[in-house]
Design a protein around this ligand. Structure first.
Ligand SMILES: C[S@@+](CC[C@H](N)C(=O)[O-])C[C@H]1O[C@@H](n2cnc3c(N)ncnc32)[C@H](O)[C@@H]1O
Length: 394
């Protein structure tokens, strides 16, 4: 069994990675609290994988980046980083988390939080044409009216901020507060609660980006991550890879077979879905859930899922160095049927699995709700849901 570049044996590293994935700690640190992206990674897991399988200066890719946990952790550890996600909301969030602010932007944002936000008044007339925006569908009931109006007014006031970076940052604070105020709640927050929370959130985010910016500047040779708003299928055609750059390590979590996640909606007023996050971030929407999940919930065979997964894995393999590791966390609705197909895809795309050398080829599983891990024999099935897999590009 291969050992890692940093010394310890693969078995030792595998156990470390498995233990880090077991963490029950809340997601904190760096800029991770900017937005609760659905199905996001534990930063502790990503940090452990980075430390075990890469060195400063290495190129790290997350082809299903989501809210950017991998790119943030990679940049903080002086790795070069590329993230890719077809969801424009994911790219918006990851960009806000990795874009340092200058002193005048910071000053303007804090003044906005201190002077403008507390004065946003429900009774003020809003001229924002977004009131007629399709992305506001289902954001209509009396329970959400106050929050919606304050968001409208806040979006108008953001125009006065001095740069695009500052405006995007303020929108991200609004997105964070909007998620807290509207998503999955029985009744939305009041206007007063919303204003207070928005000011406090923005101040906290400014503090976090200041510290993160310092970590980025400690290593002037490391650029901000390259963020690609496109399918991983198109990675090989990107000019960055066209000019010969190759990936040293992949850390990722793909869409899961048979498990559908609402990456692109909030739920308001019971379970009504709203595209309000795209309205706040000013990004395009219009895609159904199947677009983000590699296929429709209605399709029982999962053929579309496995075809899409194979295409993207082949695209990822094409931009990796031979011998580079691919570490992923993946969940299954029915591991007994889906795991073998998933592993076949990995093999077809040019990856060989790294297993513990204890003679039984154990893998590491986790029950999603119970958060406990089990090592089971290769090929056996169980009712647990999530799995950490380590592969080598061959
Ligand atoms: C499980 S989430 C990743 C969450 C991420 N690890 C985090 O910490 O936020 C999977 C992501 O894959 C993205 N995705 C789905 N199909 C894709 C494709 N063809 N290319 C790139 N990203 C895709 C989805 O939009 C979703 O954001």
């Amino acid at each position: 069994m291969s050992s890692t570049i940093n010394g310890p044996t693969f078995d030792e590293v595998f156990r470390r990675v498995r233990d880090s994935a077991r963490t029950k700690k809340p997601v904190v640190g760096l800029t991770h609290k900017f937005y609760k992206y659905p199905a996001r990674f534990s930063p502790e897991f990503v940090a452990t994988v980075l430390e075990c399988f890469s060195r400063p200066g290495d190129l790290v890719l997350d082809p299903y980046m989501g809210g950017g946990t991998t790119v943030v952790e990679a940049v903080a550890r002086q790795r070069r980083s590329v993230g890719c996600d077809i969801n424009s909301l994911a790219v918006f969030v990851a960009k806000a988390k990795c874009t340092a602010l200058n002193a005048s932007e910071t000053k303007a944002l804090l003044a906005w939080a201190l002077d403008i936000v507390p004065a946003l008044n429900y009774m003020t007339r809003s001229t924002d044409p977004a009131e007629q925006d399709d992305r506001l569908k289902n954001l209509t009931g009396p329970k959400v009216r106050a929050v919606k109006k304050i968001i409208c007014l806040a979006l108008e006031s953001i125009d006065s901020l001095p740069s695009n970076n500052a405006r995007e940052f303020a929108k991200c604070a609004l997105l964070n507060t909007g998620q807290w105020a509207l998503n999955g709640r029985r009744s939305a927050a009041s206007a007063e609660e919303f204003r207070a929370r928005l000011g406090a959130t923005l101040a906290e985010m400014v503090g976090a980006i200041e510290l993160f910016g310092k970590r980025m500047f400690e290593s002037p040779s490391i650029d901000a991550p390259i963020l690609i708003h496109d399918s991983a299928e198109y990675l090989p055609t990107h000019p960055f890879f066209g000019s010969g750059n190759r990936v040293d390590l992949v850390i990722t979590s793909p869409p899961y077979p048979g498990v559908h996640i609402l990456y692109h909606r909030w739920q308001v007023d019971g379970r009504k879905e709203t595209a309000a996050p795209y309205w706040i971030a000013n990004r395009l929407d219009g895609q159904p859930s199947a677009y983000y999940n590699f296929g429709s919930r209605k399709e029982r065979s999962l053929d579309a899922y496995f075809a899409a997964s194979l295409r993207t894995l082949q695209g990822v393999r094409a931009v990796m160095k031979r011998g580079a590791k691919f570490v992923q966390m993946v969940a299954f609705s029915n591991p007994g049927e889906q795991l073998d197909r998933y592993m076949w895809n990995m093999k077809q795309a040019g990856f060989a699995e790294d297993l513990l050398s204890d003679g039984r080829g154990a893998r590491a599983w986790r029950d999603v709700p119970g958060r406990s891990w089990h090592a089971i024999q290769k090929g056996a099935t169980m009712a647990s849901k999530e799995l950490v897999l380590v592969h080598t590009a061959v």
